[in-house]
Design a protein around this ligand. Structure first.
Ligand SMILES: [Zn+2]
Length: 177
């Protein structure tokens, strides 16, 4: 099996030395990402290359691959999504330096001389790769849980007292004036 990526690195020194890192990151280590997932199981395989681009800017390029479990918003079941993302960012010392870059360049602010969590370098890209609304890729396996819930509630004895759309009557009242 591959080794774990180091937890902390100094991206600017790695870029100056043209170093490459490869290894795995547990999905559960990506705390912000896990918030959007059905579970924290699995791991990512990352290949990260630090160096300089043709403009002598320090850059991080590479690739992150792995499988995450999402909660389908239709049937509320879990399903797997394979991610395979290119990584490509310019490493900068500060927000001020980031603002000097062309718009099409993605900047990653790293404190000068400071170490950084490896996860923080890839987690934003992973979060952005998630679908806005998670839905099973195969619709035939996906029975909408919301409709079942609604029909149960409507047949319940409280159905008559609940008028979630009562506000919709208001425009009619306005017409009378
Ligand atoms: Zn589903």
């Amino acid at each position: 099996m591959s080794e774990r990526l180091p937890v902390h690195v100094d991206p600017l020194i790695l870029a100056d030395r043209g170093r490459a890192l490869s290894g795995t990151v547990p999905v559960s280590a990506c705390k912000r990402l896990v918030h959007w997932l059905d579970s924290g199981e699995g791991e990512f395989a990352a290949e990260l290359q630090f160096g300089r681009d043709e403009n002598q800017r320090r850059v991080l390029t590479g690739r992150v691959r792995g499988r995450v479990m999402l909660t389908c918003q239709r049937c509320l079941g879990a399903y797997a999504l394979d991610l395979d993302l290119p990584i490509g960012v310019v490493l900068v010392d500060s927000e001020a330096e980031a603002e000097t870059l062309p718009e099409e360049v993605d900047a990653l602010v790293v404190g000068n001389g400071a170490t950084m969590h490896t996860v923080d370098m890839i987690e934003d890209d992973l979060i952005l790769a998630l679908p806005l609304i998670a839905k099973c890729p195969d619709a035939s396996d996906c029975a909408p849980a919301v409709e079942v819930f609604d029909s149960e509630r409507m047949s319940g004895q409280d159905a008559g007292t609940q008028r979630p759309f009562a506000d919709l009557d208001d425009p009619g009242d306005a017409d009378n004036s």
